[in-house]
Design a protein around this ligand. Structure first.
Ligand SMILES: NC(=O)c1ccc[n+]([C@@H]2O[C@H](COP(=O)([O-])OP(=O)(O)OC[C@H]3O[C@@H](n4cnc5c(N)ncnc54)[C@H](OP(=O)(O)O)[C@@H]3O)[C@@H](O)[C@H]2O)c1
Length: 250
């Protein structure tokens, strides 16, 4: 799908109410797509709809719900699906985690990607469609203060790769890929992580953020998602998402 083909196409973005998902929904609507944005916070969706106008359809719901996933894929027949929703990890050392805090991102992030990817294959989505799942750079090296987050995000990457292989084997023509954003204090989730790692290092969050250099913003994530949707030549299974764009992960 070229940039001009995004205009008039339909995109579903989960976790569109704030952070990277909001940036993605805004950028894709700006490129002319009809954007269906899913999240639990109906007020935030309504506010975003007020900004984006008729090109935005807010759906209040839980991204982990398998029936909702299947229903939205059938109803909207999206060309692009961005599985961005994710739980904010409970940040504390492993010995202070409980199984309930540790498994948080497995219940939300992994369950969401499992249900949507499964529904996309079983429907199946039209050839030429793209399903982008949000993993994390933490999936490559761990995140010791984030409980089960890094492992959950590594599993997101595996699920997407398994689906890519099924798409190829069954000649479905659906592109499945994963993006691995670096830590970004510009969102609620990333700010929580930055504060935890700053405290562990005995420095202020401001000093920690300064040390990070250029920050990945929701706007930059949105730009990268437009680029991915528009360029069918981006066929790696996974891309690091940095402030200066996407880098294939081998
Ligand atoms: N920021 C970072 O540093 C960073 C780095 C690497 C990867 N990531 C990944 O990027 C994605 C977006 O993160 P973010 O930083 O933008 O986080 P955020 O600001 O905390 O936003 C999370 C979004 O997910 C939605 N969400 C959470 N649980 C949901 C559920 N059960 N059903 C529907 N929506 C749900 C939230 O909406 P509601 O609360 O309204 O439902 C919100 O829109 C996540 O997958 C995250 O793991 C972030």
């Amino acid at each position: 799908m070229s940039l001009s083909e995004i205009a008039g196409s339909t995109v579903i973005v989960t976790g569109a109410s704030r952070g990277f998902g909001r940036g993605t929904a805004t950028a894709l609507a700006g490129a002319g797509a009809r954007v269906v944005g899913l999240a639990r916070d109906g007020d935030a969706l309504e506010k975003l709809g007020g900004e984006l106008g008729d090109s935005f359809i807010g759906v209040r719901g839980d991204a982990t719900d398998p029936e909702l996933a299947a229903e939205l894929l059938v109803r909207y027949e999206p060309r692009t699906v961005v599985l961005n929703a994710g739980a904010n990890p409970v940040t504390r050392p492993i010995q202070e985690q409980t199984w309930d805090t540790f498994r948080n991102n497995w219940e939300v992030d992994v369950q969401q990607v499992f249900n949507w990817v499964r529904a996309a294959l079983r429907q199946p989505l039209a050839p030429g469609s793209t399903v982008v799942s949000f993993s994390s750079a933490a999936a490559l090296r761990g995140s010791p203060l984030s409980g089960g987050y890094a492992g959950a995000k590594a599993t997101v990457r595996f699920i997407s790769a398994y689906a890519a292989a099924e798409s190829q084997d069954h000649k479905l023509g659906i592109r499945f890929l994963t993006v691995l954003p670096m830590l970004s204090p510009a969102t609620d989730l990333g700010a929580n992580g930055a504060a935890a790692y700053a405290a562990a290092q005995g420095i202020t969050t401001e000093a920690f953020v300064r040390g990070m250099g250029t920050i990945l913003t929701p706007e930059k994530v949105g730009e990268a998602m437009v680029g991915l949707a528009a360029d069918p030549g981006l066929t790696h299974l996974a891309y690091l998402l940095m402030p200066d764009g996407l880098k294939p992960v081998q």
